[in-house]
Design a protein. Structure first.
Ligand code: ADP
Length: 543
């Protein structure tokens, strides 16, 4: 028997329509790349999003056409999120941190018709212009008097175009499974892959993420997303904001500690969201001026593991709770989150910090499990390592125009992460599956080893990879960058590690290098290192 309930589509325009009538006065504050602070309300944003839709109609944009943005977190980007997807086109947010050849690849692969671009990124597009000839036009996100001299053909001013449009537009209704926005992975191997979010997946993700033990947003919250709108939709927060009416504070290009503090002091957000690197800059800045982040209650940290010291610093110096979260582009991105709850409240401080280091529990809508190499599910004992698989209504089911199905396994998506899961479903990332070292059938976490080694006072950065070994298949070797003018040798590093790791995890060699390679998003790039050092132990008589 079927239920007797209405089948209304979950559309991105419905989020904005809800916000406009329910939270018309909720504030949106932005630092613009022109340098000043801009503020307006949800009602203003909704009217301008309708102008964007009228503009797309004037430009003869069809249903499903890709419209790209190359922009910071700001109100104009917010309007495009709704104007483009609400119209029925697909918003392609481009990550300016990708390498030039990756940018060329994704603009062509997505077949972007127009690119809306912040002033800062105009030179980036000019540099690749000869290779993106199919783009019909470039719309520069500024006022007429700020329009730059540019080589971009058919470059027009956003504000001038919007001024000419009506703010009346009837949002179309269509199948909620249609594509709404897309984001390419940064791709540590091969070309970036396109993840195409649907209206339905985006709305469900937003509904789930506002919950108290997820992001905990409400009409009285104020949040500052440092996580960029150009990478996985700022963790979906521009959508969650419309459900709750929370005040949004957009940092624009100002991601350094001083600029962030200036905004925090003025706008008083209670929630910050971003990757560990930006918080390191903010914490250092706060130390240098000797001030406390008075308004901040929670800091959601994801994208990379939140270091223990950072969790403690936010707590002890700023009374702010670190909510560790994990996800990926393919997951819209939220998978697990580690919010404050009864389990934590019952723990002594040090144990609570240890629990906070874990990446948290799955939100409703996401199922997780760990498996061995043959696909057998492994126990949830908090100790056993396994490949982490996920499924749910906002998890990728295939890449855009790409027949690579290697990550899809019987209705589950293989995240490429290696993790443990405990009896309360707390998940802990221990490594990437291509980086974990398989020594005699047991798995060694390269990340745990790196974290242990980098605590050595003379080392600046560490990278652990597996090298071939005739008896154990693979053994860990440690590549280390010394601090400037440091005097340190292999024996000192190994003896430092002695009481910090299991004996059989001890690296079989320590090799000092000048520098280590990184991806566009700052993660260690181990692919080439693995090739270069594959036979190191055999060639050096250490196997
Ligand atoms: P990109 O590498 O393109 O930035 P994503 O943003 O999708 O890709 O990164 C997803 C990956 O980042 C995850 O699979 C995981 O390896 C890592 N990651 C994300 N959050 C965390 C976290 N809290 N702790 C450890 N690793 C994380």
């Amino acid at each position: 028997m079927q239920g007797l309930m209405m089948d209304r589509p979950l559309l991105i325009s419905s989020l904005l329509q809800h916000a406009e009538v329910t939270h018309p006065h909720s504030e949106i504050v932005s630092r613009r790349c022109e340098g000043d602070i801009h503020r307006y309300t949800m009602k203003d944003a909704a009217a301008r999003a309708r102008k964007v839709a009228n503009l797309l109609q004037r430009l003869n944009i069809n249903d499903g056409d890709r419209i790209a943005t190359l922009a910071w977190n700001n109100y104009r980007h917010f309007e495009l999120y709704y104007g483009v997807s609400g119209y029925g086109a697909v918003l392609h947010t481009i990550n300016p941190r990708l390498f030039a050849e990756q940018l060329v690849y994704i603009v062509n692969h997505a077949e972007d018709r127009y690119i809306f671009v912040d002033l800062t990124f105009v030179p980036l597009l000019e540099a690749i212009l000869p290779h993106i000839g199919n783009v019909e036009g470039f719309i520069i996100l500024c006022d007429e008097d700020k329009m730059p001299e540019t080589k971009l053909p058919n470059a027009q001013c956003y504000e001038t175009l919007l001024a000419a449009e009506s703010d009346e537009f009837e949002w179309p209704e269509f199948d909620e499974r249609k594509g709404a926005s897309m984001c390419y992975t940064s791709g540590t191997t091969g070309n970036p892959k396109g993840v195409l979010y649907s209206h339905r997946s985006t709305c469900l993700h937003a509904l789930s993420s506002v919950g108290e033990e997820v992001m905990g947003l409400s009409s009285s919250s104020c949040f500052l997303p440092v996580v960029p709108m150009f990478h996985v939709n700022a963790w979906g927060t521009p959508y969650s904001a419309c459900i709750t009416g929370a005040k949004q504070v957009f940092p624009g290009p100002g991601m350094d500690g001083a600029s962030l503090w200036e905004l925090i002091e003025a706008e008083k957000p209670d929630l910050l969201l971003g990757v560990p690197t930006v918080w390191l800059m903010l914490l250092n800045h706060m130390d240098s001026i000797g001030k406390k982040l008075e308004s901040v209650k929670n800091v959601i940290i994801g994208g990379a593991a939140a270091p223990l010291q950072m969790i403690k610093d936010f707590d002890q110096k700023h009374d702010a709770f670190v909510v560790h979260a994990w996800g990926m582009t393919e997951m819209s991105p939220i998978g697990t989150i580690n919010a404050y709850n009864g389990i934590m409240a019952a723990l002594p401080e040090e144990e609570r910090y240890q629990l906070q280091r874990k990446q948290g529990r799955p939100v409703f809508g996401v199922e997780i499990k760990i498996c061995d190499d043959d696909g057998n599910e492994l126990p949830r004992d908090g100790k056993t390592f396994g490949r982490l698989l996920v499924r749910g209504p906002w998890i990728v089911n295939g890449y855009y125009n790409n027949d690579d199905t290697s990550s899809f396994e019987n209705g589950w998506f293989d995240t490429g992460d290696v993790a443990t899961i405990d009896e309360n479903s707390y998940m802990n990332i221990v490594d990437r599956s291509k980086d974990v070292i398989k020594s005699g059938g047991e798995w060694i976490s390269s990340i745990d080893l790196e974290n242990a080694a980098v605590g050595h006072p003379q080392l600046a950065e560490c990278c652990v990879i597996g090298a071939r070994h005739p008896k154990w298949d693979e053994r860990p070797i440690l590549l280390a960058v010394k601090n400037p003018e440091a005097e340190v040798d292999e024996a000192s590093v190994l003896s430092y590690l002695e009481d910090k790791i299991a004996k059989w995890w001890m690296p079989d060699a320590v090799i000092f290098v000048e520098s280590l390679p990184h991806t566009a998003t700052g993660k260690l790039l181990k692919v080439d290192l693995r090739k270069d050092y594959e036979n190191y132990l055999i060639d050096h008589g250490k196997a």
